[in-house]
Design a protein around this ligand. Structure first.
Ligand code: SF4
Length: 339
């Protein structure tokens, strides 16, 4: 999968509002608040991606247009059409914090769905009733798949969000029975863990949830849940070693690159290619070059240089964690939780 940063503007998550947002600090680096990816830049990206097999293979699987808030980009429909030349799986990731069906932002999403694009959204309980709920019902009319992202600061927050979805899907037609059943399984498991072990460790939590699917495909509808723990960030936007719901554990990222595979890359607003899902908040220094400015040959050479740094850096991170020095940055410039 390739994540492409299509818009800097975050709508209500403007840069000085929510400093825990994972793009808060990276966005604050952009001098213009109205920065948009342009269709011509998207075309340059597509042309380069096609010339690099590793990127082309990732792009064929899925391209995820993100930000910021991509529905704010006035050219997002054109951009969508450009990326769809590489793959039928172009997804738009929205906050669905849209005040009316008359909004241009909503109209853009509708147009994309009518062109068989998929809209995924992040559930925000604070705007669920006032903004997201009615638009989600419309989304279900227009597409037959959906991924819901849920960011949670505590296990009880996750339960509340599951309850919101149960109430919502309970009011929809019968074809969502399997979605309801998946959500009910989650609810039962979360209620149990909160009753038995409310301050459980992440390991205990994952053990408790083991075997529960987060994806279902039935009755011509595909549904997925993406549950993301919130993180504290320092004043420079650096992510802490611990996730908020599990403050006693180190939340480690298993870097796939030293293991020989690139599964996901992110293209930031500058064209810089960051390995994995780093939109700029993880601060991984070994980049893969610049998709707008660099030649395919230069990018491929840079990947090899960066890969070596990740092999060496993840090894040192392991050593630091084992020697009581967790959190220290190594000279290779990879985050201290990457192993
Ligand atoms: S070292 Fe960490 S941030 Fe960098 S690519 Fe690997 S997992 Fe991502």
């Amino acid at each position: 999968m390739i994540n492409i940063f299509a818009e800097a503007n975050c709508n209500r998550y403007v840069r000085d509002e929510c400093q825990y947002c994972h793009v808060y600090e990276p966005l604050s680096q952009i001098p213009k608040s109205d920065w948009h990816l342009m269709p011509e830049q998207a075309q340059i990206m597509v042309d380069k991606i096609r010339q690099m097999e590793v990127f082309h293979e990732l792009a064929k699987r899925e391209i995820n247009l993100t930000g910021g808030e991509p529905s704010q980009n006035p050219y997002i429909v054109e951009i969508f059409k450009v990326f769809r030349k590489i793959t039928p799986n172009v997804r738009i990731h929205t906050n669905l914090d849209i005040n009316s069906e008359k909004s241009q932002r909503w109209q853009r999403l509708v147009e994309i769905m009518k062109l068989s694009g998929r809209v995924d959204f992040t559930l925000y309980p604070t705007v669920w009733e006032s903004r997201q709920r009615s638009l989600l019902a419309e989304i279900l009319r227009l597409q037959d798949e959906l991924i819901v992202n849920m960011i949670f600061e505590k296990v009880s927050d996750l339960l509340s969000q599951i309850e919101i979805l149960i109430t919502f899907f309970g009011g929809q037609e019968k074809k969502y029975q399997s979605v309801l059943s998946l959500l009910s399984t989650y609810r039962g498991k979360l209620i149990n863990v909160l009753a038995e072990n409310p301050d459980c460790s992440e390991v205990a939590f994952l053990k408790h949830m083991e075997g529960v699917e987060n994806y279902i495909c039935a009755d011509n509808f595909t549904f997925g849940l993406n549950m993301i723990p919130g993180f504290y960030v320092d004043k420079n936007g650096g992510r802490s070693m611990n996730a908020q719901p599990f403050p006693k554990d180190f939340n480690l990222l298993e870097c796939t690159i030293p293991r020989g595979t690139i599964e996901i890359v992110t293209v930031q607003q500058t064209g810089e290619i960051t390995p994995c899902c780093d939109v700029g908040n993880l601060k991984c220094q070994p980049k893969f070059g610049n998709l707008l400015l660099d030649s395919p040959e230069k990018i491929m050479r840079q990947i090899e240089v960066s890969r070596k740094k990740m092999v060496s850096g993840t090894f040192k991170n392991h050593q630091n964690i084992n020697n009581g020095k967790a959190g220290e940055w190594v000279e290779e410039g990879i985050p201290p939780y990457c192993v």
